[in-house]
Design a protein around this ligand. Sequence first.
Ligand code: DOR
Ligand code: ZN
Length: 445
Amino acid sequence: MVGFDLLLRGGRLVLPWGEADADIGVRDGRIAAIGDLRSATAAETIECRGLHVLPGLIDAHVHLREPGDPQVEDLEHGTRAALLGGLAAVFDMPNTAPAITDRERLDWKRDHLHGRAWVDVGLYVGASKKNMAELAGLELQPNVCAVKVFAGSSTGDLLIEDDASLEAVMRSGRRRIAYHSEDEYRLQARKPLFTSGMPHRNHMVWRDVECALLGTRRLVGLSRKTRRPAHILHVSTAEELEYLRDCRDIATVEVLLNHLTQTDEAYDRLGGYAVMNPPIRDQRHLDAAWAAVADGTVDVVGSDHAPHSRAAKERPWPDCAAGLTGVQTIVPLMLDHVAAGRLSLCRLVDLMCAGPARVYGVTGKGRLAAGYDADFTLVDMKKQRVIEESWIVSPCGWTPFAGHRCTGWPVGVVIRGRHAMQDDTVIGAPGGRAVDFAEARGAAD
Ligand code: DOR
Ligand code: ZN
């Protein structure tokens, strides 16, 4: 009789090579066996009959705002929201106050997450015009998922908009760089066309298709010139997706849950609570995003969880803060898309496990396979539930998806062999750790 620390019995596994009914045996935080483990014993067993067992889902794009304003969000609340929402890991953006742009702040963040994070955390480091010389070293620091460049301005003060500076960033280092891609010059040039108090839907008129496409063409051009791989975050237009299909030599693609779920009607219904960068657009772009999920153009789906206070969201446009909460709702909403037949569970796992692992070079996560971290998201595809605002853990306390009925719900999470969440309840203490990346190991001894 084989003894495991933990046994997941009778679930339907979403393996990299397809679905299968099988058990999983866990030892020392890793997957030790997959198969018929009927005769095995274990210290703890999770009964998974009727459930799908996915690799622990990863949201590779969240803003947990530390350091910043704990009234809006912090690491403890943001990762608890992630865990209750069915995630096993998140990658945290650097546009905090102050921004994560040097070794000291990076080390602070890594230390800070121990004992506070409920899920595992990968760390972005921000590029600024002042730290370009240090980026090559910073991207190799342990637990760094990527350098993040804001090529168009958004929340915070990180911005690198001109070709010469962008090229200098690309030439300093070698890992894939993650970009916020909107053309800053067009963005600024169009700003005077709008006045305060105009309807919120002007957000997508100001930050228009051309603004996004121009930004992406410039970044891909420079990436090819410098041979530096690019990851274009939150691609929001049909035109960019069409263009990026021919850029697989150099660029990978992220699309947000919001751009797969919301269209411009949201501005009339939600006002400032529909404002984000790049903007929510019309149905044509949503259809293009789904076509790009279907044909493989999209590598990663993320939430871009970006909390702001209600007061900041309720200022008149364009002074209202841009960014929407989403870390707690991305999994239920993606499962609802699965239930509606828009993608398979297998593709969801590709977009939220294998995709992030491939793009950022995660080691030991992203697939159900022997030797990998025992990270699991347990899913009940029959469960129906309505998203309620009262459920939101992030201190800002709102979601643009309140009232959305979902079919399919995450009911459990295991992280490195530790049963961390079951049926809306977090278990034990915050046990999240920093995520490892193949090319971020620090200096060799
Ligand atoms: O809408 C956004 N909000 N887009 C971004 O690029 C940043 C984010 C934030 O940090 O608020
Ligand atoms: Zn973001």
